[in-house]
Design a protein around this ligand. Structure first.
Ligand code: PEP
Ligand code: MG
Length: 755
């Protein structure tokens, strides 16, 4: 099929004329299936469409038995077709019948086809169906073939949108639930409660035409829209509102930088040149970005890509000529509803009106979350089905404590909200008052609380939270948002700014943890890795490309001239690796002398414990480091052999499982015995109950997200260490799946405040 995919424009045109021709929608769809199979030299082309209730129905096929059309139905997640719909990303396999999710449907006769390529038919980000091609010969389809099929899927989505194939009320949105009170679950992104009227961030973007009549004209339209977008962002940065928001300006600057990303522009141009309209080209590239986003495990970096989503919808609105500001639609009691929203879009709103934000996507480290948090707006994200359960103008209550969104709430929910709002107000006042209190247990043991950071916007939080310093500065974030490798001088400026704002408080700079799922634009990967988390990343790249590490260390040494410097190496698997890193650092230290540069007042070197193998070299390791930091986010996925990004495994193992606790206990004890400071900087430390367990195992230093400092300190100040240590030791040999419940009981019995 590769010969033909070089001419996607031609195929799109043919599809367009089929669609524009007369006949029933079903006839047109049948002809579309035929044409795709023919052009892509596939023995099978099948089109499945989503119906109400999460069912995928075979609507047309070329190659499978015709009698299966409208008979074969699969649930979302069922079979390979259901898997494509569930994930919303392409599936390309050479031996379909061997795939564990293959569900054989005898009425289709598909068992003779080995290779399978399925892509989602996406409509405004939702899966409206699945387009499949199959071949008898086992083969893996080429990337260009996958891309061509994705482009074709856009044309099919146009046909679906016409409403001729499936009546709108039979589409997959569950309209039946509207009217009754509904409680939706999500994830807390920014603390608080809020109540108000649902306002949709933007009317759903509908792309009416996907195939270009005049390709050159579409390219020109696209380029003009990109210029308008850039002008809008420049204007936004000049907005007087921003002058009051010093630290957030940085976030918007980063966002503006994306609007100038050459790669993004080139891809959209390419999509337009393939025969799509300018709007469809923007959406097509956005589909790829969404897929990339799903592959990236680091939520922070995922959100950097989500900024493109924001830009893409802006661009489509410009192309469609609907640029009106949403501000007029707001009342002073607004709960903003969106699939996702970018930082600049949030800036379009008068923030005094916003009571809360609810997102179908979103993550704790999104730019928009950073800004919302700084503005004190409660946010709940990852609310699946949000957009189909809420109507504009309905009453919505957001409670981040229970992580619930109440749509059309009943009277008792409204009353309970009032009570919660009162309580939260009191609690925030209390955290604020405790900011300067020591982080010390009732029996006088100190627990040092540091914060994690990654961008300059995070820095004011040192002051706001009363953190004792930065326990983990993830340097890769600065690299991720830069299209080119930041020069020593640029890195120097960043590290200096970090040290400046920390004043005399310690800062631990972690060297680059890029690669794997944290891709940087200037270091392309040659090939997809099967297991990126266990792949070519972090120190493995640094030791192979030592210049990268040398420049980074040089910038750190310059920035710390006359001050204290703490450097930490990530993903160290063995002491030998650490020694090689230290040798590189030593070269840079020697270089300072050679060039008569002022050295740091002190240099401390540490490493992350993220790979279990390192724990079997503790004695050797502790002779080599000044400090150790436990990265449980990675460590635990390797410890349990359990991919942390796999949603099916989210609750499979618990961090408060006896094997985890025994392992951490032995590591903590080894460090304490040798007086080597050990910090835990994974997310585990940010939850009061987990932090409590760690402290009970002897840990005295935690580096947590800025918002966790208040609650963790509150927990520390309410507990008595002696009893906790005894309790924790008694649990190490337990055969239970987790000690979470018994620890929660212990906390209750001993009045430990877990929030
Ligand atoms: C960790 O793995 O726990 C960690 C802190 O590193 P990151 O989350 O950046 O991978
Ligand atoms: Mg890690």
């Amino acid at each position: 099929m590769s010969d033909n995919v070089s001419q996607p424009r031609l195929l799109l045109r043919r599809l367009h004329s089929v669609m524009a021709a007369g006949g029933s929608a079903q006839d047109r769809l049948d002809r579309v299936a035929h044409l795709i199979a023919q052009n892509m030299v596939a023995e099978v082309c099948s089109i499945y469409l989503s119906r109400a209730g999460g069912v995928l129905e075979l609507f047309a096929t070329e190659g499978l038995k015709a009698s299966a059309v409208h008979q074969t139905r699969l649930n979302i997640g069922e079979g390979l077709v259901g898997l494509v719909a569930e994930r919303g990303i392409p599936l390309n396999i050479s031996e379909a019948p061997n795939h564990p999710r293959f569900a054989y449907r005898p009425e289709t006769g598909e068992d003779i086809y080995h290779s399978f390529l399925g892509v989602p038919v996406l409509r405004t980000g939702k899966v409206a169906g699945v387009l499949v091609v199959q071949n008898v010969t086992p083969r893996s389809y080429k990337i260009e073939e996958v891309e061509a099929l994705q482009t074709i899927a856009m044309v099919i989505s146009e046909l679906v949108a016409s409403g001729d194939l499936i009546a709108p009320d039979e589409l997959s949105e569950d309209a039946a639930t509207l009217g009754a009170p509904v409680t939706l679950n999500g994830t807390k992104l920014s603390d608080g409660v809020g109540s108000g009227i649902a306002v949709f961030h933007q009317p759903q973007i509908k792309i009416k035409r996907t195939v270009a009549e005049d390709v050159d004209a579409e390219v020109v339209r696209l380029e003009q829209a990109i210029s308008t977008l850039r002008e809008q962002l420049e204007d936004m940065l000049k907005h007087p509102d921003l002058s009051h928001m010093g630290e957030h300006r940085e976030v918007l600057e980063t966002y503006r930088m994306f609007a100038y990303d050459q790669g993004w522009q080139a891809k959209m141009r390419e999509a337009a040149l393939s025969g799509l309209t300018a709007e469809a080209a923007v959406d097509r590239v956005q589909q790829d970005n969404r897929i990339r986003m799903q592959k990236i495990r680091d939520p922070y970096l995922r959100e950097r890509i989500a900024d493109f989503e924001d830009l893409a919808s802006r661009l489509i609105r410009i192309l469609q000529g609907c640029e009106t500001s949403e501000r007029e639609a707001l009342s002073d009691q607004t709960v903003l509803i969106a699939r996702n929203i970018g930082p600049a879009e949030l800036m379009d709103y008068d923030r005094t009106y916003l009571q809360a934000i609810v997102l179908e996507e979103g993550s704790a480290t999104a730019h928009v979350t950073i800004i919302a948090r700084a503005m004190g707006i409660p946010v709940i994200g990852r609310v699946s089905g949000l957009l189909s359960h809420v109507e504009a103008g309905e009453h919505v209550i957001v409670d981040t404590g229970s992580e619930h969104v109440y749509v059309r709430p009943s009277e008792d929910i409204i009353e309970s909200y009032r009570q919660t709002a009162k309580l939260i107000r009191k609690q925030l006042e209390a955290y604020e008052a405790e900011r300067c209190l020591p982080s010390e247990t009732l029996d006088g043991k100190r627990v040092n609380l540091f914060m994690n950071a990654g961008l300059l916007v995070d820095l004011p939080n040192i002051e706001n939270t009363g953190a004792e310093g930065i326990g983990l500065f993830r340097t890769e974030f600065q690299f991720m948002i830069s299209p080119v490798l930041p020069k020593v001088d640029e890195q120097f400026k960043i590290y200096s700014a970090v040290l400046d704002s920390a004043e005399k408080k310690p800062v631990v700079f972690r060297t680059l943890d890029i690669g794997g799922d944290k891709q940087v634009p200037f270091l392309p990967r040659d090939e997809e890795e099967e297991n990126p988390a266990m792949g070519w990343r972090a120190i493995r790249i640094a030791l192979e490309r030592p210049a990268l590490l040398r420049f980074q260390l040089r910038a750190m040494l310059y920035a710390a001239a006359g001050r204290d410097l703490c450097v930490m190496f990530p993903m160290i698997a063995e002491v030998a690796e650490l020694k090689r890193c230290k040798a590189i650092l030593q070269k840079e230290i020697n270089r300072l002398e050679m060039y008569n540069r002022v050295p740091p007042a002190s240099i401390k070197v540490g490493c992350m414990l993220e790979i279990p193998s390192l724990a079997w070299q503790m004695d050797l390791l502790l002779n080599e480091v000044d400090f150790l930091s436990v990265g449980t986010n990675d460590l635990m996925q390797f410890f349990f052999a359990c991919d942390r990004s796999n949603p099916r495994l989210t609750d499979r193992y618990d961090l408060l499982a006896p094997p985890v606790l025994s392992f951490l206990y032995s590591v903590i004890q080894a460090c304490n015995d040798k007086d080597v400071p050990i910090t835990l900087c994974g997310e585990m430390g940010s939850k009061p109950i987990e932090a409590m367990a760690l402290i009970g195992l002897g840990l005295r230093r935690l580096s947590v997200s800025p918002t966790a400092i208040g609650p963790v300190k509150r927990m520390v100040r309410s507990m008595n260490l002696d009893r906790l240590e005894e309790f924790m030791l008694s649990k190490l040999s337990s055969a239970d799946h987790s000690i979470r419940d018994s620890l929660a009981h212990f906390a209750r019995d001993h009045r430990v405040k877990l929030g």
